[in-house]
Design a binder for this molecule. Structure first.
Ligand code: ATP
Ligand code: MG
Length: 415
C-alpha cells in the first residue's frame, strides 16, 4: 500500500470540523481588525526564500523542498508565508494603495524537518501582516489580535514572550560582542554554526543542537545593545501592552528563526506542550531587500496544527461536528420519489437532510439514521404520500407527532 509522505497528515471528514472551527473563528477576528485575505502560490522561485528568509537560517540551509522544474528553474515549496506575501505586495504595486496594508492568509507550508511532536513537513499556518507602518502602535495592535485569537480557543497555559532584536545599527555593535563570546569556543560548535560565525553570528543563538545551546549559555543579549530609537520603540510596546492588560514576559533569548526580523519579536508559547503556537515580529528591511521601496512591516504566523493538537487535548468538548436535522426513510417507489423531492427542497431551504441512496431496507435505514445521530426522523410510504400526513419522530425524546407532509410543515416541526 502506498502511504502518505513522512511528516504529512490526512485531515479526515470526521475531524475537519475542528479545522473549520479554528479557521472560522480566526477569520472572524482577523476581519474585525481590518485584515483581508491574500493567497499566493504554493511554490516560488528559490531565490525569494534565500533572500527573504535568509541563507544562513535553518529553514534555507536545511529545510527547503527545492527542485528544478522541467524548464530548469529552481523552484521551492513555500516554507513560510511572509516572503511570498511581500513579493506579491511589491509585484502588484500595493505600495500605491492606502497604507498600511493589512493581510491575512491560511496556507500549508513545507519544511524538511525532523518529524516529532508538533513538527511536521507539511503544516498549516494562519498568518497576518501589516505592511507600511513603522509605528509601535502597529506592533501593539498585532500582538493584541494574536492574543485575542489564542484566548478565543480557551487554550490553557500559553505565555506571551517578547523581545527586541534591534535594527542593523544596534546589531553591528552587538554582533561584535557576540562574536567575541562565541569565538572563544567556536571549534566546539556544530559545522552549520561555524559557517554562520562570520556572516550572521546571531543565527548561532537559534541553533537547535544541544551542544550549541549549552555553549550559548551566558551569551550577551541584544537588549543591552539597543540604539535609542529601538529602545524607545520597545518601551512603548511594553507600556501599551500593560495598558491593554495583556500579560507578557521579556525573553531576551528570542532571536527567531528567520533573518528578516527587526525590533519587536514575540512568541506565544504553550507551557504544557513546550512549543510555540504563534510567532512573529517586525521586518522593517524585508520589502527593500526584495526589491521594493523602504517599507516597514510586522506580522505573525500561527501554527494551526499545533493549535489543534492542544485544542483537542483541552477544549475539544466545546465544539461538535454537525449532524443531520432530518432523516427521511421511505418504503416503495412512490415514497422514494417523494422523499428525494422533499430532501432536495428542504436542502434548498437550508436544512441538513439525509435520505437513503444505497437501496437500504427500512430497517437498515432506521439503523443508519440512528448511527448518524439524526435529530428527526420522517417515515413515509404510499399511504403517507396519498393522505399527505406523516409521522415525525424526535430522535432525542422518542416523541412522535403527526404532521402535514409538506415543506412548510416539516420545517416548522423539525427544528
Ligand atoms: P521553531 O523554532 O519551533 O522551529 P520557527 O521559528 O521555525 O519555529 P516560524 O517559522 O516562526 O517557526 O513559524 C511560526 C509558527 O508556525 C511556529 O510558532 C509554529 O507554531 C508553526 N510551525 C513552524 N514550523 C512548524 C512545523 N514544522 N510543524 C508544525 N508547525 C510549525
Ligand atoms: Mg523551525
Amino acid at each position: 500500500m502506498i502511504q502518505k509522505p513522512k511528516g504529512t497528515k490526512d485531515i479526515l471528514p470526521g475531524d475537519s470540523y475542528k479545522w473549520q472551527y479554528v479557521e472560522e473563528k480566526a477569520k472572524e477576528i482577523l476581519e474585525n481588525y481590518g485584515f483581508k485575505e491574500i493567497r499566493v502560490p504554493v511554490f516560488e522561485q528559490t531565490e525569494l526564500f534565500e533572500r527573504g528568509v535568509g541563507d544562513t537560517t535553518d529553514v534555507v540551509q536545511k529545510e527547503m523542498y527545492t527542485f528544478l522544474d522541467k524548464g530548469e528553474r529552481s523552484i521551492t515549496l513555500r516554507p513560510e508565508g511572509t516572503a511570498g506575501v511581500v513579493r506579491a505586495y511589491i509585484e502588484n504595486g500595493m505600495a500605491s494603495l492606502p497604507s498600511p496594508i493589512k493581510m491575512w492568509y491560511m496556507m500549508p507550508m513545507y519544511r524538511y524537518e525532523n518529524v516529532q511532536k508538533g513538527r511536521y513537513r507539511e503544516f498549516r499556518q494562519i498568518g497576518a501582516e501589516i505592511i507600511g507602518t513603522a509605528s509601535y502602535e502597529a506592533d501593539v495592535e498585532l500582538i493584541a489580535m494574536a492574543n485575542e485569537t489564542i484566548k478565543k480557543f480557551n487554550i490553557p497555559g500559553v505565555t506571551l514572550n517578547i523581545n527586541s532584536i534591534g535594527c542593523p545599527t544596534c546589531r553591528a555593535k552587538y554582533q561584535e560582542a557576540l562574536k567575541e563570546f562565541i569565538g572563544k569556543n567556536l571549534d566546539q560548535y556544530c559545522d552549520t554554526c561555524k559557517t554562520r560565525f562570520e556572516k550572521n553570528p546571531m543565527r548561532i543563538l537559534d541553533c537547535k543542537e544541544r551542544k550549541c545551546k549549552e555553549l550559548n549559555q551566558g551569551a550577551p543579549v541584544i537588549l543591552d545593545y539597543l540604539c535609542e530609537e529601538c529602545s524607545t520603540h520597545f518601551e512603548n510596546v511594553k507600556k501599551s501592552l500593560q495598558f491593554l492588560n495583556i500579560p507578557y514576559v521579556i525573553d531576551a533569548g528570542i532571536v527567531r528563526g528567520l533573518d528578516y526580523y527587526t525590533k519587536t519579536v514575540f512568541e506565544f508559547v504553550s507551557e504544557t506542550e513546550g512549543y510555540t503556537v504563534l510567532a512573529g515580529g517586525r521586518y522593517d528591511g524585508l520589502v527593500e531587500e526584495l526589491g521594493g521601496q523602504k517599507t516597514e512591516a510586522i506580522g505573525f504566523a500561527m501554527g494551526e496544527d499545533r493549535l489543534i493538537d492542544i485544542f483537542e487535548k483541552y477544549a475539544k468538548e466545546e465544539i461538535k461536528d454537525t449532524t443531520p436535522d432530518l432523516y427521511i426513510a421511505y418504503i416503495g417507489e412512490i415514497a422514494k420519489q417523494e422523499s428525494m423531492n422533499l430532501a432536495f427542497e428542504l436542502r434548498n431551504r437550508g436544512i441538513y437532510v439525509e435520505t437513503d441512496i444505497c437501496g437500504r431496507s427500512m430497517k437498515a435505514s432506521l439503523k443508519y439514521a440512528d448511527k448518524m445521530n439524526c435529530r428527526y426522523l420522517l417515515v413515509i410510504g404510499e399511504e403517507e404520500v396519498n393522505t399527505k400526513q406523516a409521522k415525525l419522530k424526535d430522535m432525542k425524546t422518542g416523541e412522535e407527532k403527526e404532521i402535514k407532509l409538506d415543506i412548510e410543515s416539516i420545517i416548522e416541526n423539525a427544528k
